[in-house]
Design a protein around this ligand. Structure first.
Ligand SMILES: [Zn+2]
Length: 486
């Protein structure tokens, strides 16, 4: 058996979130009744002329700048011949020889190992419509076509074949999604189809330089599918080569139900598409000033933000990367940190990060809710962290307060009062509890007296239970130690 390495490149289609389609004024949103968002332009009537949507160009350029691409100030639209009923004019307007952007980069991290993945190009194109071959589970002996999606703006982001494992491919996709969401150009929702991914997969003997014959895997509509489909395809190709066979260049579909890829058709070569410049559209010429303005409009991106959290707040790079993976999460965190001033901010940074990533995100995840639906506001979460820090409430009681905030909202201080959860510092009261616990714990008392100080824990635990978790544990400890040292 030979040792192979995989060579993987991804072609990612991202729907740009614009009000209207790429070449006409029809709405670009999903979910409307079939064929209600169409016009002569997107239906390809004879004699119509497409006009490019400014917001689409802006969306692509901002994405490309965020991905460190070179922008081609001069780019051209091309016709890609395509004979299928979901694009009635029988070609797709795309870009071929002169795409809007080339030569980008994206850092990908797997198991704390960072690698730079090159982006070959990013170009604009229009989406095709949708064909229906069944209604529900009932197959039709004809096909229906819905052209609402025809002409919806897409950008295609093509990576170089720099990825080596299914995990790297998934990490690339996930980081790409994070960057594009930061830029605000797309929801990048794979389940809803606003982000779609095809993978080119080949294998070669480890250490070889040339490329093996590749297959293109399609129909992966979740991050998990991407990982599993690529892993399956690598195994399949390995088996073929090891048994003396040859890989056939073809397109294969991922079948998520049976966890296999299946041959769909032999893969087209670029010359099959008969690309040529679209004579109906003028080339795009972008000015330096326009590009500078778009560059300035970019937000702080996840890597920069993560580095700032490590530097300024002393977070671990793991915590920082969890917090900055989603812009809305990082915004929530920083909004909360505003509740602390000066030096306190650094002290609160780690506990606030913990409360946010473990407690709040965990509960939201279990309730299948997004952070914007959270009844716990950044301010109230920060106020809870402050109460714990000041010792006004024990860590255990804080969880009870948090539960109440999560379900009904509200301010932590008010909940502490209302539920009587404040920490008890009254030494006389604590001393009485200690005496009661000592009386009923002969075994532990004997153990401590014979030098087994670890038995002290049982007594502390007893006092804490007696006080329903409200006794200040430092005072409990101090009083207990005093009693046994006498
Ligand atoms: Zn239209």
């Amino acid at each position: 058996m030979s040792i192979y390495e995989a060579v993987i490149g991804l072609e990612v289609h991202v729907q740009l979130k614009t009000k209207s389609k790429i070449f006409c004024g029809c709405p670009a949103n999903f979910g409307a009744d079939p064929n209600t968002q169409i016009c002569p332009v997107c239906c390809g009537y004879p004699g119509v002329l497409p006009v490019v949507n400014r917001a689409v160009v802006e969306g692509l350029v901002r994405s490309a700048l965020a991905l460190d691409c070179r922008i081609n100030k001069h780019s051209v639209f091309a016709r890609k011949q395509y004979f299928y009923p979901d694009l009635p004019k029988n070609y797709q307007i795309s870009q071929y020889e002169l795409p809007l952007a080339e030569n980008g980069h994206l850092q990908v991290k797997v198991d704390e190992q960072s690698r730079d993945i090159r982006i070959h190009r990013i170009h604009l194109e229009e989406d095709a419509g949708k064909l229906l071959h069944a209604i529900g589970s009932r197959p039709l002996d004809y096909s229906l076509v819905d052209l609402n999606r025809t002409g919806v703006p897409l950008m295609e982001i093509v990576s170089e074949p720099d990825l080596r494992t299914p995990e790297e491919a998934a990490a690339y996709l996930s980081h790409l999604r994070a960057v594009l969401r930061y830029v605000g150009v797309s929801d990048c929702d794979m389940e809803k189809g606003s982000m779609r991914c095809d993978a080119n997969v080949s294998i070669r003997p480890s250490g070889a330089q040339g490329l093996g014959t590749k297959t293109e895997v399609k129909n992966m509509n979740s991050f998990r599918s991407v990982r599993e489909a690529i892993a399956y395809e690598i195994d399949r190709q390995t088996l073929v080569l090891d048994s003396g066979g040859r890989i056939v260049q073809e397109t294969r579909l991922w079948d998520a139900q049976n966890n296999v890829t299946q041959s769909m058709r032999s893969k087209e070569e670029a010359h099959d598409y008969r690309y040529f410049p679209d004579p109906d559209l003028v080339p795009l010429n972008l000015s330096d000033q326009y590009l500078e303005e778009l560059q300035k409009s970019l937000p702080e991106l996840p890597e920069a933000r993560s580095a700032r959290y490590v530097e300024k707040f002393g977070l671990s790079s793991y915590d920082a990367s969890v917090l900055t993976a989603e812009k809305k999460l990082a915004d929530f965190y920083e909004e909360g940190l505003k509740g602390f001033e000066g030096k306190m901010q650094k002290e609160a940074a780690k506990p606030l990060a913990n409360w946010l990533t473990t407690e709040l995100l965990g509960r939201l995840h279990a309730a299948k809710k997004e952070i914007e639906e959270s009844l716990v506001s950044p301010e109230s979460l920060a106020a809870l962290v402050a109460l714990v820090y000041k010792g006004a409430v024990s860590g255990k009681s804080a969880k009870v307060v948090f539960d109440e905030m999560f379900v009904n909202g509200g301010e932590p201080a008010a909940i502490v009062n209302q539920k009587g959860l404040g920490q008890i510092d009254d030494e006389k009261q604590i001393s009485e509890w200690v005496d009661e616990i000592i009386l009923v714990n002969d075994k532990a008392v004997q153990d401590i007296k014979s030098g087994k100080t670890s038995a002290m824990g049982a007594l502390v635990g007893g006092v804490m239970r007696k006080s329903k978790g409200r006794a200040n544990p430092q005072i409990v400890n101090r009083i207990l130690h005093k009693k046994f040292s006498q």
